[in-house]
Ligand binder design. Structure first.
Ligand code: PLP
Length: 387
């Protein structure tokens, strides 16, 4: 039986060969702790860490590589911002497609600091925030607007330019969650005027798991508190946390394997080209959804055309339990998907698929049209058989 991996929104697989090789470098030349050990090898690793910050800054059109900080994933980066910025009684705006990486910390802050979360629905076009509701919310002087660039449930890509413009007019800083969009859409920190941009390495950035981070507008560094404090290899005579960047936010030994892998995956993304990757993925998703568009046995979450989504198709199998459908796809056809609410209950409520959830198919630059044709045939067999 073939194995077709279509859970790239959870984590991309396979990784580029360049990532594998870069990670292996650690095992050959990883003697020493960057920022601590003064050996040639450790200094070379330090240069790679800096080059990765630089590559991320270039990738997101950001001018301050020393304000690119590493965390273990995007969830940690988002927590860092939310717990620093939101004080007692503050308001925060979110969209209706946010992930639990945003919603759960906010729930804690509701309880502990009495913050108010204002959720803005999307327009009927599925990509713009409802302008009237957004305007009214912005007038309440919220402390922050936290937005996901793309839904991990439907693949819909938010109209960020308009949302950012509206926030700017009211002087409200934006935190961007780029988990599903980085590597498949061009995200411009400068043009959007973002305050904080959080990323995760292991999804569409094609890097290893356990590495993520945050780009911080240098004007806003002061308002952020580190999540953890400790040794940085710098200013060891001080008992207080160094204020220089990026040390302020990077206590303890970092994930060198993750950083080396991410440096390599960013190189591969650059070589392949984001637009080429995006059009490949859109084509695959279009081919996957086409045969089922008029099929009453399934509901497709495709209110936005595939040409405007990232590489995701969510299907609700109306005549079957979705968990059983996903299990059968794996057992009978070797197709790996993700079923359920995808850590995004609010999005499923908006799409009318809560609490049942959907079966999500998500592709990568390495998914082939043959795999997609096989998947479409397998779904058809699943719909007509009584396994
Ligand atoms: C939109 C979005 N934000 C945040 C996350 C959390 O990512 P991580 O587990 O890498 O922190 C995910 C993961 O599915 C996601 O899709």
């Amino acid at each position: 039986m073939e194995r077709v991996y279509l859970d790239n929104s959870a984590t991309s697989f396979p990784k580029p060969e360049s990532v594998k090789q870069a990670v292996m470098r650690y095992f050959e030349f990883g003697a020493g702790n960057p920022g601590r050990t003064a050996s040639e090898d450790a200094l070379a690793m330090e240069r790679s860490i800096y080059n990765t910050r630089l590559a991320l800054a270039n990738f997101f059109h950001f001018d301050a590589p020393d304000h690119v900080i590493f965390t273990k994933n995007i969830t940690e980066a988002i927590n860092l911002v939310l717990f620093s910025v939101l004080k007692n009684g503050d308001r925060v705006i979110v969209s209706e497609i946010e992930h639990n990486a945003v919603l759960r910390p906010l729930e804690v802050l509701k309880e502990k600091r009495g913050i108010e979360v204002i959720e803005i629905p999307l327009d009927e076009d599925g990509v713009h925030l409802d302008a009237e509701r957004l305007d009214a919310a912005l007038k309440t002087k919220p402390r922050l607007m936290a937005l996901s660039c793309a839904s991990n449930v439907s693949g819909d890509v938010l109209a960020l330019k308009e949302a950012a413009e509206a926030a700017k007019n009211h002087g409200v800083p934006i935190l961007l969650d780029t988990a599903q969009a980085a590597g498949v859409t061009d995200i411009d920190f400068k043009a959007l005027g973002v305050a904080f941009l959080a990323f995760t390495g292991h999804k569409s950035l094609l890097g290893p798991q356990g590495i993520g981070g945050l780009l911080i507008d240098p004007k806003r560094t002061e308002i952020l508190d580190p999540l953890i404090y400790g040794g940085t290899g710098s200013y060891s005579e001080l008992l207080t946390q160094p204020t220089i960047m990026p040390d302020r936010f990077e206590s303890g030994t970092g994930n060198l394997l993750g950083i080396l892998g991410l440096e390599a995956s960013l190189g591969t993304l650059r070589e392949k080209g984001i637009e080429t990757i995006a059009s490949h993925e859109r084509h695959l998703i279009r081919e996957l959804e086409k045969p089922f568009e008029d099929d009453h046995r399934v509901k497709l979450l495709n209110r936005v055309p595939a040409s405007k989504r990232v590489g995701v198709l969510s299907i609700d199998f109306k005549e079957r339990d979705n968990a059983v459908a996903a299990h059968l796809l794996a057992r009978e056809f070797g197709i790996v998907t993700r079923v359920g609410l995808h850590c995004a209950p609010a999005a499923h409520k908006a799409f009318g698929t809560y609490p049942k959830g959907t079966v999500r198919f998500s592709v990568s630059p390495y998914t082939t049209i043959k795999e997609i044709e096989y998947t479409a045939q397998s779904i058809k067999k699943l719909l007509t058989s009584d396994f």
